[in-house]
Write a protein that binds this ligand. Structure first.
Ligand SMILES: *Cc1c(COP(=O)(O)O)cnc(C)c1O
Length: 480
C-alpha cells in the first residue's frame, strides 16, 4: 500500500523541524545534566557546523578514494595519541561514538585471544569488568558472543579492588575493562594495578576513557595514572563527542600494539563487488562527524582544552561542596573528573533523608534535568545505591550558583518523603499511556522488577515511542 504525498516547500519542512526541536530540552545553557556537553563557546559550535557542512556528502567508506578522510583520521589519531600518551607504535581509529569504540576493542581482544591458540577458534571467551563498566561492553559481549564476568565494586568507594578483578581473570579471559572514570559514579578504577596484573597473566586490558579521555589530561595532578602511559594498558577509548565538544558521532579507540588495531578490521573479497575493508562497524558513512571533531580539537588547542577543563573543574568543585552541605544527601565515593552521583545519606535521620528519584523529579519541576540511576544488587549481594547523576560541563560554571540553589530547594521539596516505592501497575500504565511527568515511581518499579521482566518492557516502551502512527484507511487514489 503506497500512497502519494505532495511536495512541500523547503521553508515549510524546516519550520516543522524547528517546531519539533522546540519541545526538546535545551542542548545549551547547562540545564541538562547528561547527554549534552556544552562548551559554552558559540564559535566552536560554528566551526563544527561549517565542518559538517563541508564534509557531509563525503563518504568515509573509502579513504583511498576520498583521501581527505585518510588525512583527517590520521591527524586526529595522532592528536589523540599525544593526549593519551601513546608511543610510536600506537595505532587506532576514529569511530562514530563510545559504544562503537568499546565494541571494536572487544572485537579486537576476542579475535586476538582466539588467534593465540587453535583450540580457541570456536571457543567463547570472557570479558571481565567491574559492575560500574558501561553497558556498551555488555552489548559488545552480546553481539560478539563473550560471557561477561562482573566484579563487584565497593559500594562506598564505587571502585573495585584490583585483586578482585584479577581473581576473575583466567584462561578464557579475552579482555579486562577498567574505567577512567566510570559513568555511574565518576570514580577512576585502579588502572595501574589491574593493567599490571592483566599483563602478568598475558591478558589484554582496556581503559574506557570515553568520558575522561578529553578532560582528565587537563584536570590536574591529583589524577591517578589512567592512560596509555600505564604499563599493561592495551587499548583505550575516548569520546570526542563528550568532552572533545564535537557534535555527536565521534570517538577514538587506540591500541598500544598495531596488531591489536588490525584485529579490529573486517575485510572480505567473498562477493563479486569491490574488495571490502572496514576498520569500523559502519560501511558508508558521512565524514561530517570526523571533520567536525578534528576542527573543534584544532580550534581549541591545548590551552583551549585547559581553559574549558578549568571551568568544568571549578563548577564541579562548587557543586560537590553544595551537594555535600545538603542534609540527607551525600556524594558517592571520591569522584575524579566532571561527574557526580548523589545518594541518600543513610546516616541522616529518616526525616532528613532525600531520595534521589524524588530529587530528580523535583529538579525537573524546577527546570533542571538530572539523571536517575537505579540501585544494583551485585553478584556478592552488596547493593549499589540509587543515585542522581550530574554531568558537569564548562557552561555549568555560569549557572553553578543557580544549580546549587536548585539542588538545595529541590532537596527541601522532597526531604523526609521516604524512598520512592515500586508500583507494579505502572508497568502497564506506561505501556498504554506513555511516561508520566514524575518518574520516581517508574524508576523504583524498574529497579524492583526482575531484569528478565524489565528488559522486554524497556524495549516495548521505546519501540512504541518511535512506532509509526496507526494505519488509516487509504482514501486518496493509489499510485500507479
Ligand atoms: C558515553 C560512554 C560510553 C558509550 O558512549 P556512547 O558515545 O554513548 O556510545 C562508554 N563508556 C563510558 C564511560 C561513557 O561515558
Amino acid at each position: 500500500m503506497t500512497r502519494a504525498w505532495t511536495s512541500r516547500p523547503a521553508a515549510d519542512v524546516l519550520a516543522d523541524l524547528a517546531d519539533l526541536r522546540r519541545v526538546d530540552p535545551p542542548t545549551h545553557g547547562g540545564r541538562v545534566l547528561s547527554y549534552v556537553y556544552d562548551s559554552g563557546r558559540a564559535d566552536l559550535d560554528a566551526v563544527a557546523a561549517r565542518a559538517v557542512e563541508l564534509f557531509l556528502p563525503v563518504n568515509g567508506l573509502d579513504p583511498t578514494t576520498f583521501t581527505s578522510v585518510a588525512a583527517l583520521e590520521s591527524r586526529l589519531v595522532a592528536r589523540a595519541r599525544d593526549v593519551l600518551h601513546g608511543g610510536p607504535d600506537t595505532a587506532g581509529s576514529v569511530t562514530t561514538g563510545g559504544t562503537e569504540s568499546c565494541l571494536l576493542a572487544v572485537k579486537s581482544a576476542r579475535d586476538t585471544w582466539r588467534a593465540a591458540d587453535p583450540a580457541r577458534v570456536h571457543a567463547r571467551p570472557t570479558l571481565v569488568l567491574p559492575t560500574t563498566a558501561h553497558p556498551a561492553f555488555h552489548k559488545a559481549a552480546a553481539y560478539l558472543d563473550l560471557d561477561v564476568v562482573p566484579v563487584p565494586v565497593d559500594p562506598a568507594r564505587g571502585t573495585p579492588d584490583a585483586d578482585a578483578v584479577l581473581a576473575a581473570v583466567d584462561d578464557r579471559t579475552a579482555l579486562v575493562v577498567v574505567s577512567a572514570p566510570s559513568y555511574p559514579f565518576g570514580v577512576v578504577d585502579p588502572v595501574t594495578e589491574v593493567a599490571a596484573g592483566a599483563s602478568d597473566r598475558g591478558v589484554a586490558c582496556h581503559v574506557d576513557a570515553c568520558i575522561g579521555g578529553w578532560v582528565l589530561p587537563w584536570w590536574g595532578d591529583d589524577v591517578p595514572p589512567w592512560d596509555l602511559a600505564v604499563d599493561g594498558v592495551t587499548s583505550i577509548s575516548a569520546d570526542l563527542h563528550k568532552y572533545g565538544f564535537a557534535p555527536k558521532g565521534a570517538s577514538v579507540v587506540l591500541y598500544r600494539d598495531p596488531a591489536r588495531h588490525r584485529a579490529q578490521y573486517f575485510a572480505t573479497t567473498a562477493w563479486p563487488g569491490y574488495p571490502v575493508v572496514n576498520p569500523t562497524v559502519l560501511g558508508s558513512r558521512s565524514a561530517g562527524g570526523l571533520a567536525a571533531a578534528w576542527a573543534v580539537v584544532e580550534a581549541l588547542g591545548d590551552q583551549g582544552f585547559a581553559a574549558l577543563v578549568a571551568q568544568t573543574r571549578d563548577a564541579t568543585t562548587r557543586l560537590r561542596d553544595a551537594a555535600t552541605a545538603i542534609a540527607g544527601l551525600r556524594v558517592v565515593g571520591r569522584p575524579t573528573g566532571p561527574l557526580l552521583a548523589l545518594a541518600t545519606d543513610d546516616d541522616a535521620p529518616d526525616a532528613d533523608r532525600v531520595d534521589p528519584f524524588h530529587l530528580v523529579d523535583a529538579l525537573r519541576r524546577r527546570g533542571w534535568l538530572a539523571q536517575a540511576q537505579p540501585a544494583l544488587t551485585q553478584p556478592d549481594g552488596t547493593v549499589l545505591p540509587r543515585t542522581a547523576h550530574l554531568t558537569i560541563t564548562p557552561v555549568t560554571q555560569r549557572v553553578a550558583d543557580d544549580l546549587a540553589t536548585a539542588l538545595h530547594d529541590a532537596a527541601a521539596d522532597v526531604r523526609g518523603r521516604g524512598p520512592a516505592t515500586p508500583d507494579p501497575a505502572l508497568a502497564q500504565h506506561v505501556l498504554t499511556d506513555g511516561l508520566p511527568d514524575d518518574l520516581a515511581a517508574v524508576m523504583a518499579t524498574l529497579e524492583a522488577l526482575p531484569p528478565d521482566v524489565v528488559r522486554p518492557l524497556l524495549v516495548e516502551v521505546l519501540a512504541r515511542a518511535v512506532a509509526p502512527p496507526p494505519v488509516t484507511l487509504v482514501t486518496d487514489p493509489p499510485r500507479a
